[in-house]
Every structure is written in C-alpha cells, then in structure tokens.
Design a protein around this ligand. Structure first.
Ligand code: ASP
Length: 455
C-alpha cells in the first residue's frame, strides 16, 4: 500500500486536480491520498493558505473581512465550476468560515489554526466528491475521523503516539481515501496545524500509521536537485538519499520536503519518493535508510543558507575553566535562543544561530554574557552564510575536506569557520553572505563536474 501526498501547486486548479486523480486512479496501491490547499496557479498568484491568513488578520483587526472571505470562496468556486460540479459545497465553505469566525474570535491563535485548516479541508472534500462522481469509490476522511491526534500548541502541532494505532484502521476501507493535510485535532478538541508546509508531515504520519510500503510525495519538480537550480545551472537530480542526509540538507535550505516529515518515517524505515505531478513517469528521488555510494554520490548535495549570526567569545585559558560554556549557554537559554553550531578552540568559542533567534534581544544577551561570564572579548557578527556539504560517502574516502577547501580557495572565498561532526555525514563552512552563490558553484563543480571525489 502507498500513501500519496500532493502539494499545493499539484492541486491549485481543476486541470491539476485531474492530473492528480489520473495518477491516483492509475494505481491500485494508491489507496490513501493526502492533499494540500490550492497553491499558486502562476508566479504572481497567492496561496489559499496565505489568503486565509489575510482573512484572519482582518477579523482580528475588527475590519470588514467580506472581500477577503469572498476571495477564498472564489478560489474554490473556480475549481468547482471547472470540474462541472454542483456548487452546494460553496455554501458549506461559507458557513464553515463564518462559524469559525463567530465562535473563535476571542481566541485568536485558535481562530488562526481553524481558518488555516480550511485550505486543505475544503480541497479534500472537493477532490473526494469529484472522484466519486467519476465512478471511482472515494471517501473524504477528516483528520479527526482518521485519528490524527496532536499536541495543543497552535501552529506547531506534534503528533501523539496514540494516532498511529488509530490510523492503522484506515487500511480496512474499500474506497480511496482523501485526507486533508496540515492539521490534526487536539485532545481538547481544537484544530491545531503543523508548521507551514505541514501537509508533508500529515502524509508521513499517515504512511507510518497504515504501515505503507512507500510514501509518495508529489510536487512540481522531478526530484531533489544536488544544489539549488537557481544558483547552479542544470544540477543533477539525486537518485537516492538517506534520511540523515535529507535532514541535513533540509536544515540548510532544501525546501522540497519538510524536515519534520522525516521523523515518523525514519523509525519504521518507510521509504519516500519525491515525484513530479506534471511528469509522473520521471523516476524522482528516493529517500531511504541506506543507499548505494559510488564516485558520483560520495556527496549527496550542497546547500547554502543565509541569515546566520555568530557570537565570538575569547577567554584566556578557557579550556581549563570548568563550567565556562555552561554559563554562556545559560544566558542563551534565559532568552529562549537555540543555536545550531558551536565550533571552538582552546581559548575561544563561536556560537552560530539563525539571526531571527537573537533579533531584538542582541544588546541584552551581550550584556548578560559580559556580566555573568567574565569573558576577555565578545563580538557579534551578522551576515554569515553556512555552506553545508552533505554525504554518507565522505567517511569512506580521504580528501573530501581538502577538495572542498581547495574549491573554495580557488574562488578566493575566505572560510570563517569549519565544523564536522563525528558522524562525518556533513561538513559546515561559515562564509560571508556575499560569497554564498560563488561557494555553491565552486563546490558543485569540484564534487560533480570535475568529479574529484573518487571512491
Ligand atoms: N497549505 C499549507 C502551507 O501553505 C501546508 C502545505 O501546503 O503543506 O503552508
């Protein structure tokens, strides 16, 4: 059995929805389908989820929200009309929106989640009804009925383990099932959404719950590229990648698959394939527990993410002081700041974090470190980019670091920091943000075009 998820651009209009259903109906094993909200139909379009956020803002600001609501209804009306369906569902859509607004107005974060969930919920209902009308027994299942029970933190739901057992029962349905992605129901009976892009997470949870043989994730590209195609010209598509590699690459900016979606799959080793709705016969990229490694795939991919800030701390004889780092980390904890990397020397330490973590708190954090930690020197640097070179093959060969540093030196890129964990699955290089694109191109060329990493 397969669980098949379609992203926003795959279900953005009637034409796309027909393609989706052709894919679903062409394979008996595609029994359970998870759908996103209608995404952008063209470059300048707005995602339905974003329209719902606009509606929410109007309601909260106590302004007239009618035109925002109408815009949302119009998105579904277009789909329904183009599919030649009766528009009875439009009434339900209007009533559902009004009902959430009336009952949750005084609980803004609850209202936001409830409205956000509508994007996928309405789409799933339309898609199920349409497929049924085409003679294929199909049924809409809400997350509540499916048993997707989540924690109660708005816009940041986490799945509760009890869900997996409940979801297993979906196997017994005869019909094809269409489930809306992106949200679950809390024990307190609230609608709670996953973080943005969270339909991938729903798909992964359902795949684990029904013990699927494969989780298919359909999007608008034919797999995951080895590097960002807007930086590197015609990068290769990755054939196979491991969960660990995928996690590292998503962390550093590979947005094709949500990193939180890997967690449920990892445990039961359910493979994932990323495929293209517009070119369903392309092989796509498989994400698995293990993979074959050859000379062209020592490194799986290269990514570079911007907007990092680094705190540089110097303390003479730091290595001999028990508890010095703990005091610094305690300050970060006080300000609820999480950090990503911490390369260090005997008398210095750098703490790297996403800039948004320390935004608006910078002065207080620096003052507290000065006050509590008796440092010799403390400085803060913005505009750091992190280049990540990721590959399970790196621990098998000698010279990966030398190849990459050579590539960067050739392009005259100054390395501010380097870090490699014991697992040798990724190497991190801190560089100036202005060098980001150059660094990705130089590294790509050495790893793939010149094929310098031979096994
Ligand atoms: N519709 C939601 C979003 O735009 C979730 C998703 O599409 O995965 O973030």
């Amino acid at each position: 059995m397969k669980v098949t998820k379609f992203g926003g651009s795959s279900v953005s209009n009637a034409e796309q929805i027909k393609k989706v259903l052709d894919i679903v109906n062409s394979d008996e094993a595609r029994k359970i389908v998870v759908v996103s909200a209608p995404g952008k139909r063209n470059k300048d379009d707005v995602k339905t989820t974003d329209l719902l956020i606009r509606l929410y803002e109007k309601v909260i600001e106590r302004l007239d929200y009618t035109s925002k609501k109408e815009e949302i209804i119009q998105r579904y009306k277009d789909i329904i009309n183009e599919l030649n369906m009766s528009d009875t569902l439009l009434k339900t859509i209007d009533e559902t929106l009004e009902n959430y607004i009336a009952t949750l107005r005084k609980k803004p974060s609850r209202l936001l989640d409830a409205l956000l969930s509508c994007g996928e919920d309405f789409n799933a209902q339309i898609i199920a009804e349409y497929n049924n009308s085409q003679g294929i027994p199909t049924r809409y299942i809400s997350p509540g009925e499916a048993g997707i029970t989540v924690t109660d933190l708005p816009q940041n739901a986490q799945i509760l383990n009890q869900s997996y057992e409940a979801l297993y029962k979906l196997r017994s349905f005869e019909e094809k099932l269409i489930i809306p992605g992106f949200f679950g129901i809390s024990r307190q009976n609230y609608v709670v959404t996953f973080p943005r892009g969270g339909s991938d997470i729903t798909g992964a949870i359902v795949a684990r719950g029904v013990r699927a043989d494969l989780y298919e994730n359909f999007t608008d590209v034919s797999g995951i590229f080895r590097a960002n195609p807007s930086i590197v010209k015609n990068p290769e598509v990755i054939n196979e990648i491991t969960y660990r590699e995928m996690r590292e690459l998503s962390y550093a900016g590979f947005g094709v698959f949500h990193d939180e979606a890997l967690q449920p799959l990892h445990k039961d080793r359910i493979p994932v394939v990323i495929k293209n709705t517009n070119r369903p016969n392309d092989i796509g990229t498989y994400i698995r527990h293990d993979r074959e490694i050859d000379s062209n795939s020592v490194v799986s991919g290269i990514s570079c993410d911007k907007d990092f800030t680094v705190l540089n701390i110097k303390k003479y004889l730091m290595n001999r002081q028990v508890g010095f780092t703990r005091k610094i980390l305690a300050v970060l904890e006080d300000y609820n700041i999480s950090f990503d990397h911490m390369p260090s020397g005997i008398d210095n330490i750098s703490i790297i974090m996403r800039s948004k973590e320390i935004q608006n708190k910078e002065e207080q954090v620096l003052n507290d470190i000065r006050k509590n930690c008796d440092v010799d020197e403390l400085s803060i640097e913005h505009d750091l980019a992190i280049l990540m070179v990721v590959g399970e093959g790196m621990h098998r060969i000698v010279g990966t670091a030398s190849t990459i540093t050579h590539a960067l030196a050739e392009s005259n890129i100054n390395l501010k920091m380097m870090n490699q964990g014991a697992s040798e699955i990724s190497m991190m290089f801190g560089i100036d943000v202005t060098d980001a694109e150059k660094a990705v191109n130089a590294t790509y060329e050495y790893c793939y075009t010149k094929n310098c990493l031979n096994i």
